[in-house]
Design a protein around this ligand. Structure first.
Ligand code: CAA
Length: 270
């Protein structure tokens, strides 16, 4: 599958592949990258396609927004204002599906947040492994101001990342969080002065990770994501199961062999 041909088929997404690291940009800057149904369908299609690039496995994804003002300013309010409850249910389920597809990608995903990450935007960022953000980034779940609640996973993921009571305060108030506060509560991992330095550092972070076994990273991610929903004993069981499976892999033989032979490991991801 060719990334350029996939990219050309989307109205609101830009894809750029460089050295096995994919940058996926939401490209609807006039509406601050707000997520309408078409955009969500495109994201569904793109994230499903990205997952299937088995012959050319990716080593990381940078998920960002076009323009300087917004990562994603939320779900499209104009479109939502006309939805029936049934249409709204389909809309939320689609947004949640996309968030799960991003969360489950078998390689590291960085949400590179420039400007507003509100409502569905904050929720999409939460489906990444790490959130990097520029000094002008603003986070929040303002849905209650619209007579709504978060619908793309915010009631669940925000609580897991920042703690339930802090998440309640953010969701019940609907207030905006400046990037410094988002860093303090563990929502954001790193702050950058501008978009260019954030994008460079996102790439450098993924390149550093891509020197390690992609198979081991995929398994670590799977165990940690699934473990989030399990009891400690079930989580430990999953860990030992996945740990032991790696002993049948080429990557494990290569990694341990390279250590013992005092050379750099060359991982195949198999
Ligand atoms: N939906 C639809 N359009 C949006 C939008 C959204 N979420 N956010 C911004 N836009 C549009 C504006 O309507 C405007 O369009 P026009 O030029 O055609 O009027 C354009 O983007 C630029 O926006 P502003 O002029 O408002 O820009 P600003 O700098 O003055 O304000 C802002 C920026 C504070 C982010 C403001 O746009 C805003 O408050 N946006 C809405 C944020 C929000 O409430 N998000 C949550 C949505 S609900 C949700 O996401 C539910 C869910 O969980 C699934």
């Amino acid at each position: 599958m060719n990334i350029d041909s996939i990219s050309d088929s989307y109205q609101f997404l830009k894809l750029n592949l460089d050295n096995r690291i994919l940058t996926l940009s939401i490209d609807r800057p006039k509406k601050l990258n707000a997520l309408d149904l078409t955009l969500l369908q495109e994201l569904d299609d793109a994230t499903s396609n990205i997952r299937q690039l088995k012959d050319f496995p990716l080593r990381g994804l940078i998920f960002t927004g076009s323009g300087e003002k917004a990562f994603i300013a939320g779900a499209d309010i104009g479109q939502m204002s006309k939805m029936s409850p049934l249409e709204a249910e389909h809309f939320a389920v689609l947004g949640q599906k996309v968030s799960l597809l991003i969360e489950d990608l078998p390689f590291p995903v960085i949400a590179a947040v420039n400007g507003f990450a509100l409502g569905g935007g904050c929720e999409m960022a939460l489906s990444a492994d790490f959130i990097f953000a520029t000094r002008n980034a603003v986070f929040g779940q303002p849905e209650v101001k619209l007579g709504l609640i978060p619908g793309f996973g915010g009631t669940q993921r925000l609580a897991k990342v920042v703690g339930r009571n802090r998440a309640k305060e953010i969701i019940f108030s609907g207030r905006n969080l400046k990037v410094e506060e988002a860093l303090e509560i563990g929502l954001v991992l790193k702050i950058f002065e501008d978009k260019e330095s954030m994008m460079n550092e996102s790439r450098a972070t993924l390149e550093l990770m891509s020197k390690n076994s992609p198979l081991a990273i995929a398994k670590a991610k799977k165990v940690m994501n699934r473990g989030n929903d399990l009891t400690i004993s079930n989580g430990l069981e999953l860990e030992s199961e996945q740990f032991s499976q790696l002993f049948a892999s080429q990557d494990m033989k290569e990694g341990t062999g390279a250590f013992l032979e005092k050379r750099q490991a060359q991982f195949s991801g198999k």
